[in-house]
Design a protein around this ligand. Structure first.
Ligand code: FES
Length: 106
């Protein structure tokens, strides 16, 4: 079953280019804002487990991993040169709050 979960509020105060971690249902998520859009992807890098939220967002909207500099799109999670990378989650903003769609067994 899928549910929308609120993961941030007053999102107008989040700056473009910011990334931060939110833990939800035991999953570490990387939340990013780029050009007024939000993206949520897995925070633990599939390569060797560094946290993407500790990296930085490039001018093209890719999160650069702090350890070996692999790049993943902030919203799709895809690699810089294409191909499936980090798992990505749908998002929506309602009443200045950010929600993410996650699957739950409940
Ligand atoms: S741990 Fe992320 S690129 Fe190696």
């Amino acid at each position: 079953m899928e549910n929308w979960y609120k993961i941030a509020q007053e999102v107008q105060n989040i700056k473009n280019g910011d990334s931060f971690e939110v833990e939800l249902l035991g999953i570490r998520l990387c939340v990013s804002k780029f050009k007024d859009e939000f993206g949520v992807i897995d925070n633990v890098c599939l390569h060797k487990g560094a946290l993407l939220s500790k990296g930085f967002l490039t001018k093209d909207g890719f999160l650069e991993c702090p350890l070996h500099r692999w790049n993943f799109h902030f919203k799709s999670g895809c690699f810089f040169h294409g191909g499936e990378g980090q798992k990505a989650y749908p998002t929506k903003v309602e009443n200045q709050s950010l929600y993410v769609l996650m699957e739950t067994d409940l």
